[in-house]
Write a protein that binds this ligand. Sequence first.
Ligand SMILES: [Fe+2]
Ligand SMILES: [Fe+2]
Length: 306
Amino acid sequence: MATDKQFKKELQNGRMIESTEEMTDGYKKALKQILLVSGDTELMSAPAYYDQSLNAPSLDARASCISVIQDELGHGHIAYRLLEDLGEDREELIYGREPHEFRNTYGFDQHIDNFAELVTAHGLFDRAGITLLGDVHENTSYAPWKRALTKVSKEEQFHLRHGETWMRRLANNSEKTREMLQDAVDWMFPIGVEWFGLPDDKKKHDEQLEYRIKGKSNDELRQDWLSRSMPFLTELDLDVPAHYDEEQEKYVLEYDMPIAFDADNKEWRYDEQISWDDVIDRWRGRGPANEKYVNLIQSGTVEVEV
Ligand SMILES: [Fe+2]
Ligand SMILES: [Fe+2]
């Protein structure tokens, strides 16, 4: 087999990978890492969305919410199925791990306490998912994942549309629903910003990029998410700590990342600057709903396998 350096070069030149026999150990490790984060994030979005889906304000809305959950379980299943091809045990991954061993994005360790938060999660977090997976779909060197993401991408567009439709309704319905929506955006927007991880200048090297498992850097993806989310949030006249900077020709935050988050009260402390190591500790320590959500999955209350 070629050296890893040569292998990376071939991947950058467009080589596609179909099976484990073609991978170096480094490639396999990097692929497993991103697939696990992806699978866990998809799976844990299901219990996160569950309670408030049952509280949706109409039968129609409830049906849409439940079908989103069903999709998310399917998306998790796809990632775990791909991990199985790489030698992992799917049953063990879903049922055999402790809650703190899950690698889902921090956003799905939070309690979603009302319908406004649920639809904002669809509008902002599903958008983050689309941004990340859209990049993988377009650019990845791993052919089986690329093929599987065709179905996932279509379904994610539906989740996003559902979220944005309801966010618009809540914004225009009454002062009360508008306030609930703004409260949801207040804590969820910075979580969306953090979703894309460390800034590029803090990341020494990125194996997933070097192996072209994904195509865009964290900052590029964050900017993509901002450039798609911001016009919508601005149209709804919601307050967010970011704006378009004409000079730099990009969206900029009105605070310096990273900042402290009071997870129990869902409040960002804009005056409390922390380090990225602190953020990683917060993520690794998991958020307040982590155990509840993993238990919900593992107890079989939500059907995991179709
Ligand atoms: Fe999904
Ligand atoms: Fe989704």
